[in-house]
Design a protein around this ligand. Structure first.
Ligand SMILES: NC(=O)c1ccc[n+]([C@@H]2O[C@H](COP(=O)([O-])OP(=O)(O)OC[C@H]3O[C@@H](n4cnc5c(N)ncnc54)[C@H](OP(=O)(O)O)[C@@H]3O)[C@@H](O)[C@H]2O)c1
Length: 407
C-alpha cells in the first residue's frame, strides 16, 4: 500500500447511529490537527454536513460514496490507508466495498456479525488480499473484540505461566448493561431472513468451525449452548449468549490462522451467567424464554410485528446517558495444561454495542493505519491482524481492561 495516501482513515457510514459515534470519538480523541488524517464518508453530502456540524468541525473533509456505485467506492478506497465501515447490514451493502479495498490495497475494518456474509468474503477475497498485503478485518466491535482479544490475552498469560497454551476457556458474561440499535436489529433480521430462504446458510450458522479455512472445519467444540444448565466453572446457572455464534467462530478462526498456537484440541465456548440457586435458575429460564420469542419471531407473525414495534428503527439507538451508564464484565474460566485453573477478566467502560464498540472500531482503524502490526494479510480476525498493538490501544484509549489470575 502506498504510504502517501491523502488520509490515514475514512469512516464510511458516518451519518448512521454508530458511524457518527466513531466520528465523534475520532474528533474528540484525535482532533484535526494531530498526526491522524481522517475524513467522514456517507451517501449524502447534505446529511454528512449536518452530522459534521454536530460532532466535529469544517476541518474534517467529507466524501460521498454509495454502496450501489462501485466507481464511488473505488475512488474513496484509493484515498485512504484504511476504511472503517459502519454501513450495514453488511450482507446488503458491504460486498462491493470489500472488493474495492482488496483491489486498491486499502486495509478495512467493520462491525459485521453476519457469519454467512463473512464466509462469502473469506471465500472471495482471502487469497487476493493475502497476496497483495491487504488486511480485511471483520468483527471489530463488541462482537468479537472482547472475546477474540480476551482469549489472545489469556493464552499469552497461560503460556508465560506454564509454558503451554490453556486447554479450555469458558467465557461467561458475568454482567453487562446496554441496548440495541435499529441498524443492529436490521442486520439480525437480514441474516435470519436469508437463512430462512436458503437452508444452506443454516449449516454455516450452526457449524462451530464455519469460519475456519477449508479443510480445517472440525474440532472438539460442539454447537453453542441452547438451553439452561448449571456451570461448575462459574458456579452459576448459565443460558445462551446471543453473540456466541459469532464470537466463538472468530476465536476458532484466529487459532487456525495463527497455525494453532492454542492447540488443535483447544475448546472454547460462551454463555451468560444468571447467578446461583433457585433465583439464578429462574432468571436463566426467563431470559431463555425472551431470547426464544425474539429469535423465532418469523416475518409476518404477531411476535415479529411486536418486536418490530418495540425495537429501534435504523438510525436510532441508546442515548448518551444510557451509553455512559452501560458496561460489561466478562470472565474467562481457564483450564491450564496439567489441569490447574486460572481466570481472565475483560471489562468495558461503556455500553457494549455503541459506546464501547465505536471506540473499539476507531482504535482498530487507527491501529491498522499507524501501528507496527503483525506481518500477515488476508481476511483476518482482530487478534491475528493487529495482535499486541491492538491490545495496547484497547487498554490505553478504548476503556477496556484485561487481567488474569492464576488460582
Ligand atoms: N458488532 C457490533 O458490536 C456492532 C455494534 C453496533 C452496530 N453494529 C453493526 O453496524 C451496522 C450499523 O449499525 P447502525 O446502528 O449504526 O445502523 P444505522 O444507524 O442504520 O446506519 C447505517 C449507515 O449505513 C448508511 N447506508 C445505508 N445504505 C447505504 C448505501 N446504499 N450506501 C452508503 N451508505 C448507506 C446509512 O446512511 P444514511 O444515514 O444516509 O441512511 C447509515 O450511515 C449494522 O450492521 C450493525 O449490525 C455492530
Amino acid at each position: 500500500m502506498s504510504a502517501s495516501r491523502e488520509f490515514d482513515l475514512i469512516i464510511w457510514g458516518a451519518t448512521g447511529f454508530t458511524g457518527r459515534l466513531v466520528a465523534e470519538y475520532l474528533y474528540d480523541y484525535y482532533g484535526t490537527d494531530s498526526l491522524l488524517k481522517w475524513a467522514m464518508a456517507g451517501r449524502s453530502q447534505e446529511k454528512l454536513e449536518k452530522v459534521r456540524a454536530e460532532v466535529a468541525d469544517e476541518k474534517v473533509p467529507l466524501i460521498v460514496a454509495d454502496s450501489h456505485d462501485a466507481a464511488s467506492l473505488d475512488a474513496m478506497t484509493k484515498r485512504a490507508k484504511v476504511i472503517c465501515t459502519t454501513v450495514g447490514p453488511y450482507g446488503k451493502y458491504g460486498a462491493k466495498l470489500v472488493a474495492a479495498c482488496v483491489n486498491n490495497q486499502t486495509h478495512y475494518c467493520d462491525l459485521a456479525g453476519e457469519v454467512p456474509w463473512m464466509r462469502e468474503m473469506i471465500d472471495t477475497h482471502y487469497e487476493a488480499a493475502k497476496a497483495n498485503g491487504t488486511k480485511i478485518v471483520h468483527c471489530c466491535g463488541f462482537d468479537s473484540i472482547p472475546s477474540d482479544m480476551g482469549v489472545f490475552f489469556v493464552q499469552q498469560q497461560a503460556m508465560q505461566q506454564t509454558g503451554s497454551p490453556a486447554q479450555q476457556i469458558q467465557m461467561r458474561v458475568k454482567a453487562m448493561k446496554g441496548e440495541m440499535s435499529g441498524g443492529t436489529y436490521a442486520s439480525l433480521n437480514d441474516s435470519l431472513e436469508k437463512a430462512e430462504q436458503n437452508k444452506q446458510l443454516y449449516k454455516v450458522l450452526i457449524n462451530p468451525y464455519s469460519l475456519n479455512p477449508e479443510g480445517e472445519q472440525d474440532g472438539p467444540d460442539k454447537r453453542d449452548l441452547q438451553t439452561v444448565v448449571y456451570d461448575k466453572a462459574a458456579k452459576s446457572w448459565i443460558f445462551p449468549f446471543i453473540m456466541a455464534g459469532i464470537n466463538t467462530k472468530v476465536v476458532r478462526r484466529s487459532n487456525a490462522l495463527l497455525g494453532y498456537p492454542y492447540g488443535k484440541e483447544f475448546q472454547y465456548d460462551e454463555a451468560m451467567m444468571s447467578g446461583d440457586g433457585l433465583r439464578g435458575r429462574a432468571r436463566a429460564n426467563a431470559m431463555l424464554g425472551m431470547l426464544g420469542v425474539f429469535m423465532l419471531a418469523k416475518p409476518g407473525t404477531v411476535a415479529k410485528k411486536l418486536t418490530d414495534r418495540v425495537l429501534p428503527k435504523p438510525g436510532e439507538g441508546p442515548n448518551k446517558a444510557k451509553r455512559e451508564a452501560g458496561f460489561y464484565n466478562l470472565r474467562f474460566y481457564t483450564t491450564l495444561a496439567g489441569g490447574s485453573k486460572a481466570i481472565g477478566k475483560v471489562t468495558g467502560d461503556m455500553d457494549p454495542g455503541y459506546g464501547s464498540t465505536s471506540k473499539m472500531l476507531a482504535e482498530c482503524g487507527v491501529c491498522l493505519a499507524k501501528d507496527d502490526t503483525p506481518d500477515v494479510a488476508g481476511v483476518l480476525t482482530p487478534s491475528v491482524a493487529m495482535g499486541d498493538a491492538l491490545l495496547k490501544r484497547l487498554q490505553d484509549n478504548a476503556g477496556l481492561t484485561f487481567s488474569y489470575t492464576a488460582k
